[in-house]
Design a binder for this molecule. Structure first.
Ligand code: AQP
Length: 326
């Protein structure tokens, strides 16, 4: 059995990008692997958060994990701040990382918007992510492909420490979906769909009403050619719609291109609304039930205990290798 770890930030409602790029894989992996899925609340405070909202979102994400199909009997579900090893290992890895490699991280560059002085937490984000992964001797990390560079850093840090201090960490592998690995924004198909983008119409959240889903898809940016063809460079909007359609329906892009041959974008969009609404309806129904249940907090407490039991021996091994403590 391989060990799987991944996390999602509680920075808002999850969107179909989070689902198709990451959560769908989480569910698929839980039957044949030992899976640890975390709500990475400490990551979210790299940018300011309202404390009340943060707690609410943390529970929302945990409930959404279960609503999409994670079974707490099979998968460990908890919040990052409930296991102290994440912060502890973060420091050890910080001392083994370089400002040069961190300043090359694309996400940091985008989120700091090139400002000369940006929050240190934003800069250190990828090291904390490496700590999350390495803390559990993780083999596989299912993520969207916006996280490729961060996974590479986790691998580099693991290898660096192993070479210097002797075998300490498992070197993890990233796992990416074929369809849905990078869902783009509805209003701007050259940027990725994001929870924190200011325009609500740029994303489709898992809990959106059908009317909002319809509006976002029907208004999605396309082009004036009128031919349904997958071509990311020249037709990013239509290509994005085709990717989403393919990921939800299981149909190949080639099949979809054939199905919509000679039809305009209207027909494609109309059917995509239906496919998306149908796919999200059960998630929404499950979410409401789970979110209201008292069990949710117990599941997370139990998850944190199980996660801590895996993390403690790894952290002890790290301390031993580094000569920390007695
Ligand atoms: N647009 C996307 N397409 C495919 N996968 C995506 N992921 C995020 N956006 C897309 C994947 O979802 C998982 C959780 O992401 P995260 O919450 O850790 O943060 P993020 O990557 O920064 O996602 P957001 O939605 O853009 O959040 P904000 O706006 O808060 O920064 C990851 O596996 C990610 O790859």
């Amino acid at each position: 059995m391989k060990r799987v770890f991944s996390g999602v930030q509680p920075t808002g409602n999850l969107h179909i990008g989070n689902y198709l790029g990451a959560l769908k894989q989480f569910v698929d992996l839980q039957n044949d692997n030992e899976c640890i899925y975390c709500v990475v609340d400490m990551h979210s405070i790299t940018v300011p958060q309202d404390p009340k909202e943060l707690k609410k979102h943390t529970l929302d994400i945990a409930a959404l994990y279960m609503a999409v199909g994670l079974d707490p009997k099979k998968s460990i579900i908890f919040a990052q701040s409930m296991v102290p090893g994440h912060a502890e290992l973060n420091w050890v890895l910080t001392c083994n990382s370089y400002t040069g490699e961190l300043s090359r991280m694309t996400q940091y560059k985008q989120k700091s918007k090139g400002e000369e002085s940006a929050p240190t937490g934003l800069f250190m984000y990828p090291v904390l992510m490496a700590a999350d992964i390495l803390l559990y001797d993780t083999d596989i990390v299912p993520v969207g492909n916006d996280q490729k560079q961060h996974i590479e850093l986790a691998r580099d840090l693991a290898t660096r420490v192993n070479n210097k201090y002797g075998k300490t960490f498992v070197v993890p592998e990233g796992k990416f979906m074929k369809a849905g690995a990078r869902v783009m924004a509805m209003d701007d198909p050259t940027s990725k769909m994001s929870k924190s983008a200011p325009n609500e119409m740029s994303r489709i959240s898992l809990l959106d009403e059908p009317s909002k889903i319809k509006k976002a898809i029907m208004r999605a940016t396309t082009d004036s050619e009128g031919i349904v063809r997958f071509d990311i460079e020249n037709k990013p909007g239509v290509s994005n719609l085709l990717s989403i359609y393919s990921a939800f329906s299981g149909k190949t892009i080639e099949q979809l291109e054939k199905d919509y041959e000679g039809q305009g974008y209207g027909a494609l969009k109309k059917d995509l609304v239906e496919v998306t609404v149908d796919a999200l309806a059960p998630i929404k129904a499950n979410f409401n039930e789970i979110r209201e249940s008292q069990e949710l907090i117990d599941i997370m407490k139990d998850g944190a205990e199980r996660a801590n039991a895996i993390a403690t021996p790894v952290m002890n091994r790290v301390k031993e290798r580094f000569g920390l403590g007695l």
